[in-house]
Design a protein. Sequence first.
Length: 215
Amino acid sequence: MRKPTSVDELELQLAPYSKRPASFLMKKHLEQYQTPTDIAARMAWTAYMKKHLESSTVLDMGCGMGVLTIAAVLNSAKRSICLDIDVEILEAGSAFIKDHYSSVSPRIIFVSGDATELEFNGVDVVLMNPPFGVVPENRGLDTLFLINAFRNSRFIYSLHKYSKGFVNLLRRLTLEYGYVVTWFELLDFKIPMTYPRHRRRVYRVKTLFIGLERK
């Protein structure tokens, strides 16, 4: 598969993820939702345009089926570590990638573990869509992902549920850990009907896509 020449072309290359419903694998207590392909493409393309992606080692924290990982390696990353606590979804993601992206699958390393704790050597970029933390027992989980991302990489591209409270928290965290915000964009995250409690075909969540760089 050739390297994309635009964000739209990258999104088209991610189309297999749009065609394969993965809702039967999603676990409510882990707040698993597949990152929409338009957002995955935008995140990887932004990192590429910032010259942080080419020939890099990417860490995709809470990778799920690996759409961000694939977006990164298709767009010139050298390799990606696909990290998730859920072994079942890692196995499904690995099989899916071998079926649909066989040319880049050797550049992907699947790791089962807690993304809030594990640290890796040699990571250039963190690319992640952590749980939003809306399930009561997961409150603040996205912040824990972000704090561990600070330990793993100089460059971070991450997606979070937007709120004024999170923006204020982000200011404090970047100051504390010595990072600056290099990208700040509101995106409409579409969640299809996934769990039994869902009553609408599509839910729209206002999310904040951020880029961070260690000073």
